[in-house]
Design a protein around this ligand. Structure first.
Ligand SMILES: *Cc1c(COP(=O)(O)O)cnc(C)c1O
Length: 400
């Protein structure tokens, strides 16, 4: 394995090896450069650091615990499985970590409004929560079809006081919500802040979102050492855009004996065409202003993707993941819908923890892998979120 100093990534232009960068028009590049500059200045200040640290402790409820899933481990008959409980955060997932960081940064930069798109509404709710707390205006664009489907999240966003914009053109789903939010942002990019929901998009977003999520890995490194007296053998997390995975991996990248595994959604199977396994089957390309592995057609257009977990169905992936794959520091595996559902039910019934369908991909991989390892070995899983949002769907799907 190649030795890497990953603390320094990305370079000044926002590249992780050949991935990342800023593939955007000049006007937007200027705005992104200004954001990068402000971020570098503001994040060093004691005011910003202290404000974020206090919110993590007293608002989010950090540090999130690590839980030794003894019954699940015994059932698999192999390695000890540990869960980093991001599902216990306020709002129920890891997304609040970077949404708070982005909302605070927007406020410190003197921005007047935070804008974003949302698909199933998870990013929208986390961002609306952060903006309510920080005291900054928030506008979320969401496809009309998604609005009809995602009642609880739509209600939460309204209650939290954000402006919800229904997108009635094109597919009326996430793809056009991105375009709609972007058009609004470009009306006044000096005063508005576009809050990207994962480690994707043009520089500096993959870096900033990673930095805000790195709290997961920083805590987990200390916690697992205190619990076991040594590093885990494997650390694993699900990968959509890749923010929860980058968050936990960052804490272990320089521990060269720790194997890191990102888990992508194989959907109905890798050869079915109905999946979102970007790293397994993608090729280098461009999407949303950055370069990464991409599921694309011959013209370089993103392909339609599918996963049972709506938070994982993105045809691109974070540029740092693309780089870590290329240098071989992280392995990427995939898990089917069926394996995901099985892990969802198993974790619920054996440990009393209902995971998000996204997180259940990582749990499924850990279960499979644990069975091949010795009981002295250990696997640490990032349990990115809780499954409340998925319970009705699973009941219908399994006919329970
Ligand atoms: C959004 C979401 C994900 C996927 O996003 P990443 O950026 O890949 O982490 C995973 N788990 C949960 C619970 C989510 O809400």
């Amino acid at each position: 394995m190649k030795a890497v100093t990953l603390g320094a990534m990305p370079d000044e232009l926002g590249y992780f090896g050949e991935f990342g960068g800023q593939y955007v028009p000049a006007e937007l590049k200027a705005v992104m450069d200004e954001t990068a500059k402000a971020y570098h200045e503001i994040r060093q200040t004691p005011e910003f650091q202290q404000e974020l640290a206090e919110l993590f402790t007293h608002f989010v409820g950090r540090p999130s615990p690590i839980y030794h899933a003894k019954r699940l481990s015994a059932q698999q008959g192999g390695a000890q499985i540990y869960l980093k409980r991001e599902d216990l955060n306020h709002t129920g997932a890891h997304k609040i970590n970077h949404c708070l960081g982005e909302a605070l940064l927007a406020k410190h930069m003197g921005k007047t409004k935070v804008i974003a798109e949302t698909g199933a509404g998870q990013h929208g709710v986390a961002l609306a929560t952060a903006c309510a707390l920080v005291g900054i205006e928030c506008e979320i664009h969401m496809g009309a079809i998604d609005i009809a489907k995602e009642h609880p999240n739509v209600s939460k966003m309204k209650i939290l006081g954000c402006k919800l914009v229904s997108v009635d053109f094109g597919t009326q789903t996430l793809k056009d919500a991105v375009d709609s939010a972007f058009i609004e942002f470009m009306r006044d990019p000096k005063n508005f802040f576009y809050a990207i929901g994962s480690v994707v998009g043009p520089h500096p977003f993959p870096m900033m979102v990673r930095d805000f999520q790195a709290i997961i890995g920083t805590e987990a490194h200390q916690q697992i050492l205190a619990m076991r007296g040594q590093m885990p053998d494997v650390v694993t997390a699900c990968v959509g855009g890749g923010s929860n995975a980058m968050g936990i991996f960052t804490g272990f990248l320089n521990e060269s004996d720790v194997e890191l595994v990102g888990v992508e959604p194989a959907g109905l199977g890798l050869d079915s065409g109905q999946h979102a396994a970007t790293i397994a089957q993608g090729t280098p390309g461009e999407i949303h202003g950055f370069k990464c592995y991409l599921l694309q057609d011959e013209q370089g257009e993103p392909l339609p993707v599918y996963s049972i977990a709506s938070g994982l169905d993105y045809p691109g992936v974070g540029p740092q993941h693309s780089y870590l794959k290329q240098i071989g520091r992280v392995n990427y595996e995939s898990i089917t819908d069926k394996e995901c559902l099985d892990a969802f039910m198993t974790l619920s019934r054996v440990e009393g923890i209902i995971p998000a369908l996204e997180s259940a991909h990582a749990v499924a991989y850990a279960m499979k892998r644990a069975a091949t390892m010795s009981p002295e070995a250990s696997i640490l899983v990032c349990l990115s979120g809780r499954g409340d949002k998925d319970t009705d769907f699973v009941i219908n799907k399994l006919g329970l």
